[in-house]
Design a binder for this molecule. Structure first.
Ligand code: SG4
Ligand code: ZN
Length: 263
C-alpha cells in the first residue's frame, strides 16, 4: 500500500502507546507559529500540485487516525515549487482532531488552536525510490498542513465523511476511489508558512519540510462529529475508545526560523 504504511505502523504502534522517549532532535514538530516572528522570504515560490483522483485507493483506520491512501508507485500525484527543490509524490492524507471544537490541531498560530488539521504526506521521488528511504532523510518528506474551522458544511469533505462509518474500528479498510486531494485545499494556497521539522508520530524523524497554509477550510460541526465517532480500538476489544485528541504536544522551536511566503 501507499507509504508501505502497514510496515511503518507495525513498528510504531507499541512505541506510541507506551511511554514515549523524547528523541534527541532539535527539529521536532508540531510547533506554534508566531506570526510576527515569521520571516518573509521573497524566494518562496507558489506551490505546484498535480493530482490524479483515479489513483486514490483506499481509506483505512490505522488506530491513530484515518488515512486516504494513493498509489505512489509512479509520479501521478506530485508536489513541487514553494520551498521545495525537488519533486515530491503524494502517498496519503490524514487528519488530527480534538474531542471538542476548542482544540485538535497540531500546529497553532499565535497560540490559537483549531478543531482539526489535515496533513497531506508527500515523499521526495527525485532522490529516493521508496517512502521508507525518504522518511530517514532530511529532505525526504513534504507535508502540507491545513487547518479546519467549524462553519458551513464542506462539500469536498462529505464524500470522505460518508465512508467513515465503514471503518469505525481500528484496522478496518475499505476501497475508496476517485477522490481529488486538491478539493480539500483552501482557495488561496499561495500564502503559507514553512519550516523544517519532523513527523509527529514515531519514528518522529526530522525529515519533513512543513508547509502550513495560512488560510483554513471550513467544515460543519456534524462533519467533525463523524470523525469523533471513529474508534481507536478494534472490533475485538471489550472497552471501545473514541478516536479523539490524536495530536502530538507542541515542541520547542529551538532556534529554527519559520518563513512565510507572504507579508
Ligand atoms: C498519522 O498517525 C498517520 O496515520 C501516519 O500514517 C503518519 O505517519 C503520522 O500521522 C505522522 O504523519 O504528517 N502527522 S504527520 O507527521 O506518515 C507517517 C501512517 O502511519 C509516517 C501511514
Ligand atoms: Zn499528521
Amino acid at each position: 500500500t501507499a507509504c508501505s504504511s502497514k510496515y511503518v505502523l507495525s513498528q510504531m504502534h507499541p512505541m506510541w502507546h507506551g511511554p514515549l522517549e523524547v528523541p534527541g532532535g532539535d527539529h521536532q514538530s508540531p510547533i506554534d507559529i508566531a506570526v510576527k516572528k515569521a520571516v518573509f522570504d521573497s524566494e518562496l515560490k507558489p506551490l505546484e500540485s498535480s493530482y490524479d483522483p483515479q489513483t486514490c485507493q483506499q481509506i483505512w483506520n490505522n488506530g491513530y487516525s484515518f488515512l486516504v491512501e494513493y498509489d505512489d508507485t509512479t509520479d501521478k500525484n506530485t508536489l513541487k515549487g514553494g520551498p521545495l527543490q525537488d519533486k515530491y509524490r503524494l502517498c496519503q492524507f490524514h487528519f488530527h482532531w480534538g474531542e471538542s471544537n476548542d482544540w485538535g490541531s497540531e500546529h497553532t498560530v499565535d497560540r490559537r488552536l483549531f478543531p482539526a488539521e489535515l496533513h497531506l504526506v508527500h515523499w521526495n521521488s527525485d532522490r529516493y525510490t521508496l517512502f521508507e528511504e525518504a522518511v530517514m532523510e532530511e529532505n525526504g518528506l513534504a507535508v502540507i498542513g491545513i487547518f479546519l474551522k467549524v462553519g458551513k458544511r464542506h462539500e469536498g469533505l462529505q464524500k470522505l465523511v460518508d465512508a467513515l462509518p465503514a471503518i469505525r474500528h481500528k484496522d478496518s479498510v475499505v476501497e475508496f476511489n476517485r477522490f481529488d486531494p486538491a478539493s480539500l485545499f483552501p482557495s488561496n494556497i499561495d500564502d503559507y508558512w514553512t519550516y523544517h521539522g519532523s513527523l509527529t508520530t514515531p519514528p518522529l524523524t526530522e525529515s519533513v519540510t512543513w508547509i502550513v497554509m495560512k488560510q483554513h477550510i471550513e467544515v460543519s460541526h456534524d462533519q467533525l462529529a463523524v470523525f469523533r465517532s471513529l474508534l481507536f480500538t478494534s472490533a475485538e476489544e471489550e472497552v471501545q475508545k473514541s478516536m479523539v485528541n490524536n495530536f502530538r504536544v507542541q515542541q520547542p522551536l529551538r532556534g529554527r526560523t519559520v518563513r512565510s511566503s507572504f507579508t
